[in-house]
Ligand binder design. Structure first.
Ligand code: F6R
Length: 364
């Protein structure tokens, strides 16, 4: 049932404050600053490295989590797409935690990658939406994301729930490894608890985002730029747009622009810049100015401070609430999803059932 919404995708985007709250509550019980994993003795202090494997949107969740595990828990992390990983024959030691992320829990390549790690890794952990799925059943530990059934082929609420659970897992790793102070852990916990209401504020930007999307729907190609935690999100934003609007889009690390893709920029090229006012903001803005100097049309997604500082000459802005920098990729998922959604609606494509795609890819 779509309720008041025209598409399942719109409903699932709107549900995010509720399902993310549920995910957070189930790993950080009320009152606790500590992350508590269900029935497991998982101890990150005994591990040397983390190998994360997934496909598509779940892969971008892993790429985001790499930053968290490295920065918060000082853990070496490797991330790969399942179809590459399984044939690379990567060496896996018994001090490696192998982590698989899958909404459906049935993706053939991810399952094959998991089976490759069986008997090699210290533990096999999965982050899944479907607890009875093959990937969940074949893992030593299956961590549910609590997103509820996702019907739209383009993944939305599963992505933000995956991110929330992965961030909490990184916080658990940081606590086990003693890499964050109690104060820093409490800080993150408080920010996470505030996330659902911040997501609601982001959803209030729906109309402004629809306006920007109207302009995107005329484009043939779109670039998404971000740095640090916003780089995987730039790729996810591009994937969402490709999948449902059929507009060619690519996500790039802002700093990589001048190494090639800047050649594409002209007055026909919209460039979506994901730029919360964080430690790399100034660098992102200078990359954005290079785009504008070549007449590229910038859609700047930032907060009040960021927009006040950098809006000169941009095509349009999308205003996000302030957020703890670690949580920004979860929050900025909302405008990425809504931009794709409204662009597809403006183009009249089949949003919930895009051509050539299946919700769950159970063949190689
Ligand atoms: C994108 C999308 C796909 C899936 C991918 C993995 O919107 O839905 O890229 O993320 O096929 O699927 P799961 O997570 O079920 O393994």
């Amino acid at each position: 049932d779509k309720g008041e919404h025209k598409h399942f995708m719109a409903k699932e985007i709107a549900e995010q404050p509720i399902v993310v709250a549920e995910a957070i509550r189930s790993y950080m019980p009320t009152g606790a600053d500590q992350v508590v994993l269900p029935d497991t003795d998982l101890d990150f202090s005994k591990l040397d490295r983390l190998t994360m494997v997934a496909c598509g949107t779940a892969f971008y969740a892993c790429l985001t989590a790499k930053y968290w595990f490295e920065q918060l828990a000082k853990m070496p992390v490797e991330v790969d797409i399942a179809s590459e990983f399984r044939y690379r024959e990567p060496p896996i030691t018994d001090r490696t935690l192998a982590l698989f992320v899958s909404q459906s829990g049935e993706t053939a390549d991810t399952l094959a990658a998991l089976r490759y790690c069986e008997g090699k890794a210290d533990k096999i952990v999965s982050v899944v939406n479907v607890p009875e799925s093959s990937i969940a059943r074949e893992s030593d530990v299956a961590l549910p994301i609590h997103a509820g059934v996702e019907i739209g082929v383009a993944s939305t609420k599963a992505f933000t729930c995956q991110l929330s659970v992965l961030l909490m897992l990184a916080l658990k790793a940081a606590a086990d490894r003693g890499t964050l102070s109690d104060e820093e852990l409490a800080d993150h916990a408080a920010a996470l608890r505030g996330l659902p209401s911040v997501l609601n504020t982001a959803l209030d930007q729906n109309r402004a985002i629809r306006k920007s999307a109207q302009r995107l729907s005329e484009a043939r190609d779109v670039l998404f730029l971000g740095r640090g935690l916003m780089y995987p999100l730039a790729m996810e934003g591009a994937l969402k747009l490709k999948e449902i609007s059929y507009i060619h889009a690519e996500g790039y690390a802002s700093g990589e622009l001048k190494h090639g893709p800047i050649a594409l920029i002209d007055k026909h090229m919209p460039v979506v810049v994901m730029a919360p006012r964080d430690a790399v903001f100034d660098k992102t803005v200078s990359n954005m100015q290079e785009v504008m100097a070549r007449k590229g049309k910038v859609i700047l997604v930032s907060d009040d401070d960021g927009i006040a500082e950098a809006e000169d000459g941009v095509w349009s802005t999308i205003r996000m609430p302030h957020i703890h920098p670690s949580l920004a990729p979860i929050l900025y998922s909302v405008p990425a999803q809504l931009l794709a959604y409204h662009t597809a609606v403006a183009k009249g494509t089949d949003v919930d059932q895009p051509r050539n795609l299946a919700k769950s890819v159970t063949v190689e």
